[in-house]
Design a protein around this ligand. Structure first.
Ligand SMILES: *Cc1c(COP(=O)(O)O)cnc(C)c1O
Length: 408
């Protein structure tokens, strides 16, 4: 049954945390959609930075500053290649997807007016809803929602009906963190462009599983967070088409983003520095690069194939549990399983699983509108990464059965 070409047992040795015990049990980490674990190569890149070339970038004439600047800018090039952006300066370092989205939303405040509309999908993360609501309050523009069906697929005919010449922006995640749905972003982008709307795709969840080609997609903006792809927290990126990045005003004022400053007038630095005010997360960016290398060395195709095997096996195992219902059964989905068992509260099951060393997420997963759609308070979410094993799936299934027995 196991067809993967990956040597999972060896890969797991790259992750020191996977050795640890929780309440005396071996850790079974199934919360990868919230954050992924960190391989030694990434940890080493952080230690190496602080041990040998910690310095501020783009400013100093000294050797350390030059080395740090080079390493930081190398990662920009790496991200450009990974996502196939056209130019280095179309990659902006941010603190993560939330920051990237806010940067774009704030920039559009100067572009939208009260007759304009913004479309968001029904399965957005809160970080992809709130900034648009704030933008609508500021500009008077209206927020419209692309509905989804029971399986967690967007209703593309409804989407088409919602699009018209006043639609200025469409926002959608590439992969839903709560349901795992892989959205048909190519179609979403093409249809939006047909009415002249710009598109931002939230790639936070997708980037650990799928390599997006931003030029082939012709997407206007794309985001990623390093901590969901084996990198550290507090660093991420925004890809933006050059013409859009030139049009949007700077997001924050400060050092690094200026060309010339006087009390009368300040002129802004060129891209990408216009959007990177202040001292950035230099070490984080360098570690992001190490994480990208690590994942690319394994290969995203091999990762996706193995994760699909994990998903199929886990789905089959969990569905054998009486009363277990899975939310999000889209045909194209990543290795995320959101579920409930009967009327049992997700938190109760999650707490019992935790006591057995099994880390899952319970709650609304920052996607309350989805929970409202299914009329449930939340779900238990098990999300798998390439370092998870079939044995861990068995432990999860056994753990759920035990929790259900204890609670009923
Ligand atoms: C995790 C996630 C975010 C938020 O990312 P941050 O790194 O916390 O800013 C946004 N959207 C989706 C789909 C996510 O999974």
């Amino acid at each position: 049954m196991i067809e993967t070409t990956l040597d999972i047992a060896t890969l797991r040795k790259d992750f020191p945390i996977l050795e640890r015990k929780v309440y005396g049990y071996p850790l079974v980490y199934l919360d990868n959609a919230a954050t992924s674990q960190t391989p030694q190569a990434v940890i080493d890149s952080i230690v190496d930075y602080y041990s040998s070339y910690n310095a501020n970038i783009h400013r100093g004439v000294h050797a350390l500053s030059q080395e740090a600047t080079d390493a930081y800018e190398q990662v920009r090039k790496k991200l450009k290649r990974h996502f196939n952006a056209g130019k280095d300066h179309e990659i902006i370092f941010t603190s993560g997807t939330t920051h990237s989205i806010n940067l774009v939303a704030s920039g559009f405040a100067s572009i939208l007016n009260k007759d304009d509309e913004i479309l968001v999908s029904a399965m957005e993360h809160h970080s992809n809803i709130v900034p648009w609501q704030m933008l609508c309050e500021k500009t008077g523009a209206k927020l419209r929602v692309i509905p989804m069906d029971e399986s967690g697929d967007l209703l593309m005919d409804k989407y088409e009906q919602l699009l018209h010449e006043r639609t200025k922006l469409v926002f959608c995640n590439h992969v839903s963190n709560a349901l795992g749905t892989i959205n048909p972003i190519e179609e979403i982008i093409n249809k939006a462009h047909a009415v002249g709307a710009a598109v931002l795709i939230d790639g936070a969840q997708a980037a650990a599983h799928i390599v997006a080609d931003v030029q082939a997609l012709d997407v206007d903006f794309y985001t990623a967070s390093a901590h969901k792809m084996c990198g550290p927290t507090g660093i991420g990126m925004l890809y933006g088409k050059e013409e859009w990045l030139r049009r949007l005003p700077p997001y924050q004022g400060g050092g690094e983003m200026i060309a010339e400053v006087s009390f009368e007038k300040t002129t802004y630095a060129d891209l990408p520095h216009k959007f990177e005010a202040g001292t950035p997360n230099i070490c984080g960016a360098i570690a992001f690069g190490a994480a990208l290398d690590y994942m690319n060395n394994i290969g995203f195709e091999a990762i996706a194939q193995y994760e699909e095997e994990l998903l199929n096996y886990a789905t089959a195992q969990l569905l054998q549990i009486e009363g277990l219902r899975i939310y999000g059964t889209a045909r194209h989905k990543t290795s995320v399983i959101s579920f409930n068992v009967g009327e049992m509260h997700p938190y109760d099951i999650g707490t019992i699983l935790d006591k057995m060393g099994i880390a899952v997420r319970t709650g609304h997963h920052c996607a309350q509108p989805i929970m409202d759609f299914y009329q449930i308070p939340g779900t238990i979410r098990a999300s798998f990464s390439f370092y998870n094993t079939m044995e861990e799936v068995d432990m999860l299934a056994a753990g759920i059965k035990k929790a259900v027995a204890m609670l009923s």
